[in-house]
Design a protein around this ligand. Structure first.
Ligand code: DQA
Length: 152
């Protein structure tokens, strides 16, 4: 029997993350985004969670996808790539839709160039996961699911 759908999540990946597996392998590893997405989808479906994906290199497209989640998405996992450190528009979209979100990164942004230390998203996120490579996605999802399951 099919489990009743418990929640609907959206995974958003920002600029250059479509190049995962080919891009700066020493930092981001050899795993392609599609591989990360399909493994996460398996983990989600085994818990009756529906997981949608969106990747774009365009800030406005990311903003619009967040808007579309209003009223039908329970939580967002977001690796905003470089927009993490620059985008007030993404911050406003996340706060404006009021969808709980977790910020995540493959690399430990605090151990890299100083321009990666700041995030426009982190202070209003449920939490931030960084530095675990593709496993950051799994940890972020479990953190968000646990948050959403906890009675408020
Ligand atoms: C990243 C870290 C960002 O600073 C960088 O611009 C990225 C990837 C990460 O997943 O480690 O594109 O978000």
């Amino acid at each position: 029997m099919q489990d009743v759908l418990e929640m609907r999540l959206l995974l958003i990946n920002g600029p250059n993350l479509n190049l995962l597996g080919k891009r700066e392998i020493g930092i981001y590893g050899k795993t392609a985004l599609e591989t990360i997405e399909s493994s996460l989808k398996d983990k989600a479906s085994s818990q009756a969670i529906e997981l949608e994906f969106f990747q774009s290199n365009f800030e406005g497209a990311l903003v619009e996808r967040i808007h579309q989640g209003m009223g039908n998405i329970d939580g967002i996992l977001i690796n905003a790539g470089a927009y993490t450190h620059t985008s007030i528009a993404l911050r406003d979209a996340l706060l404006g839709t009021n969808i709980p979100y977790v910020e995540l990164h493959l690399s430990n942004t605090q151990s890299r160039e100083s321009f990666r230390y700041d995030s426009f998203l982190a202070d209003r996120a449920i939490g931030v996961v960084a530095g675990f490579g593709p496993y950051s996605y799994e940890l972020a999802m479990q953190g968000l699911v646990n948050y959403l399951r906890t009675p408020k």
